[in-house]
Design a protein around this ligand. Structure first.
Ligand code: MRU
Length: 365
């Protein structure tokens, strides 16, 4: 992704070699600032406070967090402790546990003296593989967009929810990667961007990305999607995922399920785009099995934004004293999912569909 002509990944080693740089996503869309994480504790805070967010990027940050922990103290005790502390930062995205298991599993047989270099190298591999996976998701998903473009005149209208773009991954994105690939190939694409209350990842982050890449888009209130689908204005929905079960249940940002219901009612194809690291092969029932993060009520009761004079302000929007709930994710059952776009191709949202793309999981499941 390019910002002002410079290519960025969302996470990269600091030029001084002393830390890991990330883009501070709490400052977007009004300020583009990077932040250097210099300790495991700073990596944990970055994940918990959503300086970084999005399932694949959370995974990459946790991997680097473990590497920073190994630089501080490479003992077995700190390896276990750091892994536990980082795993507790956010509960829903499986990429977090996946990345920690991978780095910790590789470090365990090594001597403490070998662990710092090995963990930074493994974290870098995770980041590189995420870029390759997302680019491949883009290629497979773009073929779906191109097929629709051949059947209609005018742009292909894609509806997306939350931010599953390059800001949510190391680069390219999951749900947005097909859009970028199609757009770059000259296919006319227009994106309806759900604002995604309460944190507004769509309005703030997805719109920022699409603007930066020059992709035509329209930000809509979360409740507008069903209406647009009823009127034939959406050709397909593509969303990301924080955890997808072996049966194809898709957990994603709160509100995704309602979009899938509307899509089914209106005959609009509904796809989830995700890399292998988002699949939880241990779960068959997403509604029963996926832990849903409950976030601070203040995300619902207050809004922060820029006033017309350029100042930042936080205002209350809920009747004082009313109780508030803030579940951050929901699960779309596989029966509502048209297909799952992965780095290996597009699968049916069924156990057989997913195992067809990942046959090496057959023995394990
Ligand atoms: O709470 P967030 O902003 O971390 O939630 C992000 C999402 O729900 C994304 O859609 C999901 O992580 C897929 S990202 C490629």
């Amino acid at each position: 992704m390019k910002i002002d002509g410079r290519h960025y990944r969302t996470i990269f080693p600091a030029p001084d070699g002393e830390g890991i740089c990330v883009i501070d996503q709490t400052r977007l869309p009004f300020a583009f600032e990077t932040k250097t994480l210099r300790s495991e504790a700073e990596a944990a805070v970055a994940i918990r406070t959503m300086i970084v967010r999005g399932a694949p990027l959370i995974g990459a940050t946790a991997a680097y967090g473990l590497a920073l922990a190994m630089r501080e103290d490479p003992s077995d005790r700190n390896l276990d402790g750091a892994r536990t502390r980082l795993a507790a930062t956010r509960p829903t995205a499986i990429n977090l546990a996946w990345a920690l298991d991978r780095v910790a599993g590789m470090l365990q047989p090594l001597s403490p003296g070998e662990r710092e270099a090995a963990s930074f190298a493994e974290a870098a591999r995770i980041a590189d593989e995420d870029v390759a996976s997302c680019r491949a998701i883009g290629k497979h998903g773009a073929a779906l967009i191109a097929a629709i473009a051949r059947r209609k005149s005018g742009p292909v209208n894609v509806l997306t929810h939350c931010n599953a773009g390059w800001l949510a991954t190391v680069d390219w994105g999951t749900a947005l990667a097909p859009i970028y690939v199609a757009h770059d190939a000259g296919v006319a694409v227009h994106v309806f961007v759900d604002e995604t209350r309460p944190r507004n990842q769509g309005a703030a982050l997805t719109a920022f990305e699409l603007n930066a890449h020059g992709v035509p888009h329209t930000v809509i209130a979360d409740n507008a999607g069903g209406h647009l689908m009823q009127h034939g204005e959406v050709d397909l929905c593509i969303v990301g995922s924080d955890r997808t079960t072996s049966t194809g249940d898709v957990c994603n940002k709160i509100g995704t399920y309602l979009k899938a219901l509307a899509a089914r009612d209106c005959g609009v194809p509904f796809y989830a785009a995700l890399p292998f690291s988002t699949i939880d092969w241990t779960l068959t029932d997403g509604v029963a099995g996926i832990p849903i993060e409950e976030r601070d009520a203040r995300e619902v009761t207050h809004l922060t934004g820029r006033t017309d004079d350029g100042a930042f302000a936080t205002v209350a929007v809920v009747s004082p004293g009313s109780p508030v709930a803030n579940p951050a994710f929901d699960v779309t059952p596989a029966r509502l999912v048209t297909g799952i776009i992965t780095e290996r191709g597009v699968a049916e949202a069924t156990p057989e569909g997913l195992l067809g793309l990942y046959p090496e999981r057959r023995a394990a499941t």
